[in-house]
Design a protein around this ligand. Structure first.
Ligand code: BES
Ligand code: MN
Ligand code: MN
Length: 455
């Protein structure tokens, strides 16, 4: 391992130059005007995976954005096979004016690299590529069989990945899946994530009169769609912070006493958390702690409301239409389609009869809980322990990775969520960045992981 370490150190500057190139490609999956950039990025990655010595490297077209697949399976049938999963697509960049540097002109500052996709997930994908490059360059072989599946649609719900997995069961067969797309528990505090939330993303469209109206001539007799929408939204949660949709909690797997004890032992200061966000107080479902609220309990959030007059000044208008984008984070064993149907029925039931309401399901993801033990987890635990000099925490995360449950249900392989980001690296926000320390340590941890897996 010393040689690997030395290789990683002496090539660090080049790695950063290459990462800058990867991060410069605006692979925003949700924006149709960036489709060719997403395709270009997939191709760039495919070429890069060839250049580090992967035996095969292919771009698979889908009905959406391409999937990159590479493999190096020369360790023999006795050796375990690991499937690395990550994503090369990124989130949109708005609001652009809040970025210190343009989001696709990666900039090094204070030991961090700033760019859209740096922590989520290109930087974390890239550190695995470099760990593999180092092992191949130093040893000429890999201790295990490695497959890499890197998609371009994670940020839009991995729409075409399930189909691809079902069509390529042999290609993707493996003993363990490893994903680096989650944060460490804190700086210098490695963690293994054993739970991710799911997502159910809905849009509620409310239609009132057939055109915008003068609020003086019509106001008072005609339901205002924005008002009606707000009434609907107000009924989605009760005064205990619980979600009021009938049956919403039916399949929620409660935290065990042991888990709650583990949770209470994690270093977390709710007051610091509050102060860091400049809010006068925290809220949350009655009977649970803040840490549980943000990772182990389901939630409902209004992401945006569209409608009416929002220009400068005042306009007296009774708008014809309003809509809201509402998402729910789910926990094991809730099902995104089941929740979508319960949400739809409830919203239709509580909608004022004086407006028309339509409910649309935008996308979703199922939650996942993984085993804390097993060959992959143990290898990851040892690797993190060695690379960071301390034992990893076991944590659950509030975000979602739509494909994770499928590794379990379709590929029948356990997943190891060994991430190297930090909670406050502004994923999905302006000034997204990735710590170069974690990039460096992550490369080493990743190479240790592949080695320990072979033992
Ligand atoms: N890397 C995140 C998932 C994540 C976020 C894990 C925070 C742990 C903590 C991923 O890229 C992501 O943003 N997922 C989306 C999925 C959605 C668009 C279907 C999410 O969670 O909003
Ligand atoms: Mn991600
Ligand atoms: Mn993301």
């Amino acid at each position: 391992m010393e040689n690997i370490q030395a290789y990683l150190t002496s090539n660090q500057d080049r790695f950063i130059k290459e990462l800058i190139e990867f991060l410069s490609i605006p692979s925003i999956s949700t924006a149709p005007e960036h489709n060719s950039d997403v395709a270009y990025c997939g191709n760039w990655l495919k070429e890069h995976l060839s250049s580090i010595g992967m035996k095969t490297s292919t771009v698979y077209a889908t009905a959406g954005h391409p999937i990159v697949y590479a493999e190096h399976c020369e360790a023999g049938p006795e050796a375990p096979t690991v499937l690395f999963y990550g994503h090369y697509d990124v989130q949109p960049i708005d609001p652009l004016h809040l970025w210190t540097n343009p989001p696709f002109e990666p900039t090094l500052r204070d030991g961090k690299i700033f760019a859209r996709g740096s922590t989520d997930d290109k930087g974390q994908v890239f550190l695995h590529c470099k760990a593999i490059e180092a092992m191949l360059a130093v040893n000429g072989t890999l201790p295990i069989n490695v497959k890499m599946l890197i998609e371009g649609e994670e940020e839009i719900g991995s729409i075409h990945l399930e189909h691809f997995i079902r069509e390529h069961l042999d290609l993707l067969s493996c003993d363990t899946v490893v994903v680096s797309d989650t944060p460490l528990y804190g700086p210098g505090m490695p963690s293994l994530c054993y739970g991710l939330r799911g997502l159910c993303y809905m849009e509620v469209h409310v239609t009132g009169p057939n055109r915008d109206l003068h609020s003086g001539s019509y106001g008072g007799s005609i339901s205002n769609p924005l008002q009606a929408l707000c009434e609907i939204i107000a009924k989605l949660k009760d005064s205990y912070g619980r979600i009021a949709i009938p049956g919403f909690y039916d399949n929620v797997k409660e935290l065990t006493d042991e888990e709650r004890l583990d949770y209470s032992r994690l270093p977390f200061n709710a007051e610091e958390f509050r102060k860091g966000l400049d809010v006068p107080g925290l809220c949350g479902e009655y009977g649970y702690t803040t840490l549980e609220h943000i990772s182990a309990r389901p939630t409902l959030d209004v992401n945006g409301i569209i409608g009416g007059f929002t220009g400068i000044g005042a306009k007296t208008v009774l708008p014809s239409k309003a809509s809201a984008k509402i998402s729910m984070r789910l926990v094991a064993n809730q099902d995104t389609l089941d929740i979508a149907s319960k949400f739809t029925s409830y919203v239709e039931a509580i909608a004022p009869p004086t407006v028309q309401v339509e409910v649309e399901n935008l996308h979703g993801a199922n939650p996942v809980l993984v085993e804390k033990t097993g060959r992959g987890m143990n290898a990851a635990k040892k690797a993190l322990q060695e690379a960071y000099g301390r034992e990893p925490y076991f944590t659950r995360e509030g975000g979602s990775i739509p494909v994770c449950l499928l590794f379990d249900t379709i590929l029948k392989a356990p997943t190891v969520l060994m991430g190297f980001g930090l909670q406050d690296e502004n994923a999905h926000s302006p000034d997204e960045h990735f710590s170069l320390d974690n990039f460096r340590i992550g490369m080493y941890a990743s190479s240790l992981f592949y080695n320990y897996l072979a033992e």
